[in-house]
Every structure is written in structure tokens, then in C-alpha cells.
Design a protein around this ligand. Sequence first.
Ligand code: BES
Ligand code: MN
Ligand code: MN
Length: 462
Amino acid sequence: MTIPSFIEKNKDRFLEELLELLRIPSVSADPKFSKEVQAAAAYVKASLLKAGADQAEICPTPGHPIVYAEKIIDPKLPTVLVYGHYDVQPADPYELWDSPPFEPVIKKTSIHPEGAIFARGAADDKGQFYMHIKALETLVATGTLPCNVKFMIEGEEEIGSDHLNQFVLANKDRLKADVILISDTHMIGMQDPSITVGLRGMAYMEVEVTGANRDLHSGTYGGAVANPINVLCQMIASLKDEQEHITLPGFYDKVQELSPSQRQRLNEAPFDLSEYKAKLDIEEVHGEKGYTTIERVGIRPTLDVNGIWGGYTGEGAKTVLPSKAFAKISMRLVPHQDWQEIAQLFEAHLKSIAPASVKIQVKAHHGGAPAVVSDSSLGYRAAEAAMEETFGKRPLPTREGGSIPIVALFQQELGSDPILFGFGLDTDALHSPNEHYGVKNYFMGIETIIAFFRHFSQLSST
Ligand code: BES
Ligand code: MN
Ligand code: MN
């Protein structure tokens, strides 16, 4: 059977299998879901075996397991390693979903006239890594698999990939490959295919500010004793100046400015600012002066409060001067910034600006290195050719603001080029209520991955 007819014949099943995976609430952050995380790993393993892998196993870690599988047809042929994650972000707040997050439904939207699958993990990353399993199945079933394939699908990406480093270091030989394929990013649009060549790094911090040793009456003590929430807000506000420049001393020391021509190239990517604002329902964008929105997201570091809490937030009013205030603050980093160094610098600076009227504790949750990947490697050229074939347009290289910390480790330890071959759109609501993934994106992705295998093996043999 030909590849297109095999896909056509199995279309409904390819979709139904993904929906089945999406029904498993594999939320890595919440121990309440640890059984479901295991169930998702088992489902991935079974899918890989069904697709034709010679062997697949669930590799335990001190956290959630990693699914590893391979199909080696000839050790002399090139090898493709696929990485993805079967864990998902928490679905909260549930009440903001139009349909339950783990009961996938397909609905048409203006951006996805052919329909999109609404479910937590639809685009990030179940819908995207599952395309690779269906591509493998198609290649095997049609007798057209031209290279060896390995799969490493982890269950802790959304919580910092804590145990993947160790697994990679301990299995370097087993993971040896000529190229690493990762579908966990966006394209500019269905009409504007792109391949991601840059991701930001991350340093995720938590701050605890303590005032008096107990909550106080805000009349008896207010104005005389530090309010840790007020203090924390002032400290946070001081971390950026009027230019939206981050004021942590040394923060920009290792950041490299791109050349004017590099910046110009970056800004040539199709981008409609008014459409961007309209979709987010904002009157104006906001960010570091002197940089465009594409640059603010792609090549500049940031500092953002992810959550802040303390004091009384219940019904009605309570007059209280709280004893404690907390904030979770993340910094997205760009090439050459080292997350541990930035975490230390953050801690030192916050301690130095905290007034003597409060005590302060700062801790780092997790971090990860930024990454820039080559746009001229064999793998990149094969990906470019594959996208050009299926989308009818040469993809542009883009830099994205999100983070996949493990990419830098792959470059360092496995020495093969990671290709950030994502087929999602930035409007797919990753990490938000009503996350979705286009049905067309899913099938175009499968087709493009299959084309990648052909181009990669052809380019490798010339
Ligand atoms: N798939 C995303 C990363 C991503 C999203 C890259 C959009 C490019 C565009 C990934 O699952 C993710 O959410 N990563 C976290 C990393 C963190 C937990 C260390 C992120 O970016 O917040
Ligand atoms: Mn992801
Ligand atoms: Mn994610």
C-alpha cells in the first residue's frame, strides 16, 4: 500500500488513538495523578510496540518514568532519535474550560476550520509526539522506513525534566543518533511554516518575605511594622526600570546583542501586530524599549511574577497585617546566560534590597539552559525540504520564547543536532484553558515527519 492510502485508510483510528491518550490526565506536577502518569507511560509503550518498534520499555526514575523504544533495521543506516513528553500541565482552573480538559472534543474554530482537538496536552505535547508514532507505524506498514529510529518520551518535562539528565548521561550509547527530532514548539502559521532554531532558558525562583512573627491587627500595628506584602511588591517593582530593563546587577553581562542584519532577518518573519493585540484583547503590547515584539520574545531575557500571595483573600474584608508574603518569579534567559549564576545573582540582589524590617528567603525551583540550533545542519536541511514539500513553502527559521531545557543537554552530551520540528500554533492555548491542536496540523505533521525520514536518509547517503 502507498503511504497516502495507508494514512487515508487509518485516519479515524490515528485520531481516535490520540484522543484515548488525551483522556489520561497525566499531570506531572500533582502527586494525585501519579497513577494516571503511569497509565500514560504504559499507553505510549503499547503504541510504540503496535507501531512496529522492536522493543519498548518503561524506564523508572526517582520521579516519573521515561518510555524508551527503538527499531533498528540496519546499524549502518542513520538513526533518528525522537524526544517528546507525555506529561501535561495541570488543567486548572477547570471552570474556564468550555469542555472538560480530559474529555477531548473536536470543534471548528476560525483558525482551524477543519476542526481542532480540545484537551489538556492536545498540542503540548501528546498531539505532537504521537504524530511521530503514527509516522513510524506508516513507514513500517508500507515497508518504507529508511533509517533506524529511537524514541525517548519523558514524563517530567512540565516540571523541569529533573531525572532526564541522569538518564541521558547513563544511556549515551543507547541514545546515539544522527539527529534528534522534537515536535514541541510552534510554527508561525499554516500558511507560514517555520522551524524553531532558538529557545529561551529559565531560572524559576520563589521568594518568602516575613514581617512580624504573627498576623497583626492592621489598626493597632499598621504604619508602624513592615507589611511584607507591601515590601515584596516594592522589591519586585524595583526589578525593572522605566525602559522595562531588568535591574539585577550583572543580569545582562553575558547577553549578546545580535547584529543589525541578524535582527533584521528575525523581523522579516510574518507578524501582524494588530492581529496579535486583537487576539489577546489588549490595547497595547508591553516590553523592553528598543525591541520589537518578535525580539522581546525570541532574543531578550525577561523577569515575570507567576504568582503572588499572602494575607487575607477570602470573602469580605479582614483588617490584617500579614506576617508573610510570597511570590514565584521566573526569568527567561537567552544564550550565554547561565541559569545557576542568574539564580544566585537574583538571590543576592533580593537579599541586598530587603529592608531590615523583614526577613527574606529565596530559593531556586528549577532552571534550564537556553539553546540555539544550527539552521544549516543535515537534519535542518532535511526538515526544511520536508516542510517545503508538504506545505508548499520554504520554512523560515524562528526563535521562540518558550523553554525545553533538555535541548542544550542533548547538544552537549549527545552531539547530534536537535531539530525543533513543531506543528502547533501560538494560538493553541498551551498551558491555558481550552488548549487545542488542529486536526489538520496533526495529519500535516505526520506527513511531514514521513517526508523528513526520506529526505534525511537521502541527504545522509550523498
Ligand atoms: N512545549 C513547551 C515549550 C515551548 C512552548 C517551546 C512554546 C516553544 C514554544 C514546554 O512543554 C514547556 O512548557 N516548557 C516549560 C519549561 C519549564 C517547565 C522548564 C516552559 O517553557 O515554561
Ligand atoms: Mn511541551
Ligand atoms: Mn509545556
